[in-house]
Design a protein around this ligand. Structure first.
Ligand SMILES: [Zn+2]
Length: 365
């Protein structure tokens, strides 16, 4: 995938010029246009498929998105986050979503009892399509750098370039490409969960947005959710030293989807997807999405050294890592869209009750 790297630089420069004015305070209007398509100067082998115009994911574009998003504060309790969320919703529309739902909720810090107003963003591409894939990530960043060695830093916010931003960036770059490349009978729902970080070691919590989503789904059973075949959740996918073993709970939820993702990655040369099972499962938004009836897989590198520290900054990420994830998800979904639904091969049937989250091994946070 060397071609991605060389082409990406040009795209990053082009994006950087257009987006520089949007850094700093969150803008009322998001920058655009969304970057997904290759620039006109792209050479055929940049796609990795040797075909001009073949669906392509730009890691450089995703990294540029991370940089822009880092100027939009999304930490719990940050007074500026409301504007950032508005901008995120606009960005989803610009990326091709025809409808962006807001799902408000209120949740408490389990350690202090402090309440937060949260909101999940649920964006639909082709809302009425008979088939549907779900892509999700959390957009909130952790307000407490409680993995810092220095206790004095524990109440300072985590910048969250990887944890809370990398997944958003990948999905924003992916969506317009999927809109172009997927057949018309397949729609996509992108969910940006809030409150994934609203938890404390020893207290639990975490994943408050997706918990609320699952509870609402059980009550309301929205029509689009009934058509959702599979879910892919991204969390911390930009580490420049990216390692993606198979996450055990994902294997339980959607074994065929895990197999497909890792097979596509291997075929496309993304060694970041490692053919081994992670020893310990990770509780993350994919468990709640599965509980909501969408058998879901988590892509995560939990061994990210700056996890929950002040060091989770842009310099820790790379376009290559983001490209490995975006390219794999893109091509796996294109394959799956051309086949009958995975159906019974994936996880439990829709709506089947799920074990209690608190009983699962550990939270990613
Ligand atoms: Zn986290």
């Amino acid at each position: 995938m060397l071609g991605i790297r060389s082409r990406g630089r040009g795209l990053a420069l082009a994006l950087g010029t257009g987006l520089a004015s949007c850094l700093g305070p969150p803008p009322s209007v998001p920058p655009g246009p969304p970057a997904s398509a290759p620039p006109p100067s792209a050479t055929p082998d940049d796609t990795g498929d040797g075909e001009p115009g073949a669906p392509y994911f730009s890691g450089a574009a995703a990294l540029a998105r991370v940089e822009v998003l880092m100027g939009w504060p999304r930490g719990l309790g940050d007074p500026r986050r409301e504007r950032s969320i508005d901008a995120l919703a606009q960005m989803l529309e610009m990326a091709g979503a025809e409808a962006v739902e807001r799902q408000p909720l209120r949740a408490d810090d389990p350690a202090t009892g402090q309440s937060y107003d949260l909101v999940n963003l649920i964006a639909h591409l082709r809302p009425d399509a008979p088939r549907r894939f779900v892509l999700a990530t959390h957009f909130d960043t952790r307000p407490w750098a409680d993995e810092e060695e220095d206790p004095a830093a524990h109440e300072l916010p985590v910048p969250g370039a990887n944890d809370g931003t990398s997944g958003v960036a990948v999905l924003l770059v992916l969506l317009p490409t999927l809109a172009e490349a997927l057949p018309p009978e397949v729609g996509v729902t992108v969910i940006l969960f809030d409150g994934e970080e609203l938890g404390r070691p020893g207290y639990g919590g975490y994943c408050m947005g997706s918990r609320h989503f699952a509870a609402q789904a059980a009550e309301q059973r929205p029509a689009w959710l009934e058509r959702a075949e599979l879910g892919i959740v991204l969390d911390m996918v930009g580490d420049r030293d990216l390692h993606l073993p198979k996450e055990p709970l994902s294997i339980g939820n959607a074994p065929a989807l895990v197999d497909r993702l890792w097979a596509v990655a291997r075929r496309r040369g993304h060694a970041q997807f490692e053919d081994r099972r992670r020893p310990v499962g990770i509780l993350d938004d994919h468990e709640l999405l599965t509980e909501a009836g969408v058998p879901s897989v988590l892509l995560i590198d939990k061994e990210y050294a700056p996890w929950h520290t002040r060091g989770d900054v842009l310099a820790e990420l790379s376009a290559e890592s983001l490209a490995a994830v975006g390219d794999t998800v893109l091509h796996a979904l294109l394959e799956l869209a051309s086949e009958p639904p995975l159906g019974a091969a994936t996880g439990r049937p829709h709506g089947e009750p799920r074990r209690t989250c608190g009983m699962l091994p550990r939270w990613a946070g």
